[in-house]
Design a protein around this ligand. Structure first.
Ligand code: SF4
Length: 254
């Protein structure tokens, strides 16, 4: 079975699983440094940074959190915080009133119900203010080492383009992907897909002609297939390596 079969909807579940794992291997080679791009030093900081990352770039969050984390060191500090002071610090991340409410609410709930510490269980995490499945998977996968698939905008777009999933409902996608990818790979698969989405399979114009997944992707051609044109769309600090892995050095004169 091939990407063409996937395009025609003829792919068996087993073939799709094999293709998903091939995709994961190729992504691991293309993005060996894939990691959570939010700065944090403990589970609470990661939870707060992830709340702030909604509708905001990780870079901007990372510029904002040092002042926040210096002032509020634990759940009790957030629980007792003055909302206007929190809002002022996190204003650059957008939607700051809602985010301040979530962060302070999170602090209060942690103090009231969890002894000030973040719980590890999915059921407990999603009951906390500001934390849905996406944030819970980020926290579990990165702060607690519990495998999780993070379904964000990049995951939705790319796994649909790859024909690995069907639809845009994040919870359904998470369960569809859990059947395709080995559990021990879930967290890293999420980072790799997000890296790929920021550097290669970009929302508006994917760099298909410079993509190492091209032979396995039924959406190849959604972006430019000319290697030189596609290479210009690549982003990040390992563009030369991405070009080499795609086997297009000659075409782009690299
Ligand atoms: S071939 Fe194009 S659409 Fe498919 S994953 Fe690569 S960049 Fe995205």
């Amino acid at each position: 079975m091939t990407a063409a079969d996937a395009k025609k909807g003829k792919e068996s579940e087993l073939a799709k699983k094999r293709r998903a794992r091939t995709v994961d291997r190729l992504l691991a080679a293309a993005h060996p440094d894939a990691h959570c791009e939010l700065d944090y030093s403990n589970p609470l900081e990661l939870a707060v940074a992830t709340i702030l990352s909604a509708q905001c770039t990780d870079v901007r969050v990372n510029l904002t959190t040092p002042a926040l984390f210096a002032k509020y060191r634990d759940a009790a500090d957030y629980a007792d915080a003055n909302p206007e002071e929190v809002e002022e610090i996190i204003r650059p991340t957008g939607f700051y009133r809602n985010k301040a409410r979530s962060i302070i609410g999170l602090g209060k709930a942690l103090v009231a119900d969890h002894g000030g510490a973040l719980p590890q269980g999915m059921d407990e995490l999603v009951k906390l203010p500001g934390i849905g499945r996406k944030t819970a998977n980020v926290i579990r996968g990165n702060a607690f080492g519990v495998p999780g698939i993070t379904v964000d905008t990049h995951m939705i777009r790319i796994t649909n383009r790859l024909g690995l999933v069907d639809g845009k409902d994040p919870v359904k996608l998470e369960f569809q992907l859990q059947k395709l990818i080995e559990p021990r790979e879930w967290t890293m698969f999420s980072h790799r897909i997000i890296f790929h989405g920021r550097r290669v399979c970009i929302a508006r114009k994917p760099a298909c002609g410079a993509c190492t997944l091209a032979a396995h992707c039924p959406s190849y051609g959604e972006g430019p297939t000319d290697p030189a044109e596609a290479a210009k769309l690549l982003k990040g600090d390992n563009v030369d390596e991405l070009i080499r892995l795609a086997g297009i050095e000659r075409a782009v004169g690299a």
